[in-house]
Design a protein around this ligand. Sequence first.
Ligand SMILES: [Fe+2]
Length: 208
Amino acid sequence: MADILRRARATAYAHTGTMHPRWEHIRSAGRRAEELARTGLVPRRIVVAAWLHDVGYGPALLDTGFHPLDGARFLRSNGWPEEVASLVAWHSAADRDAERRGLEDQLAAFAPPPQLELDMLNLIDLSTSPTGAAVTDCERIAEVIARHGPSSPTGSAKIIAREELLASSARAKAYLGLPESWPAPVETDRNRTRERAAKVKAAVAGCC
Ligand SMILES: [Fe+2]
């Protein structure tokens, strides 16, 4: 099983390692999954999927332009476990996004993963900023909507799926025994805390 994890890291790097800051996001998500796996509650396939969840952004894998689907197809055609391909296909409300792109039938070629497994992958993705920093699920969803635009397929999908995604990450946090605010960092500098809180408040207005 260690081999598949090494292969996942190497495959992710081969396809996205020169994409910045995409690679920093992917590397942090993979490392965060590895840390969570130390609890013994996170199956290895979740860790593998965390390393590979955004591999579909790799230029060589570009097909539909919808990274969960392009990534999942690549994984399936290259002999990765079907469970991993399904997790990648469905991560972070990809089904909502696929509907907006007219790709729902193609996404349906991958069976929906078990809900709790998808919850854990969603939590990992939602707790990792585009540059790899630790963020809360609320912050991350607001950031995605702002970055893609609320009327874009991805932005509008996140608006529609926001409550589903928050419920998904909440289930994973409850299962893993993590606090609701996870992975909010412990700030020792009170000014930094205030500054960060103000930014978050502005960014997630209407979120939580
Ligand atoms: Fe991601």
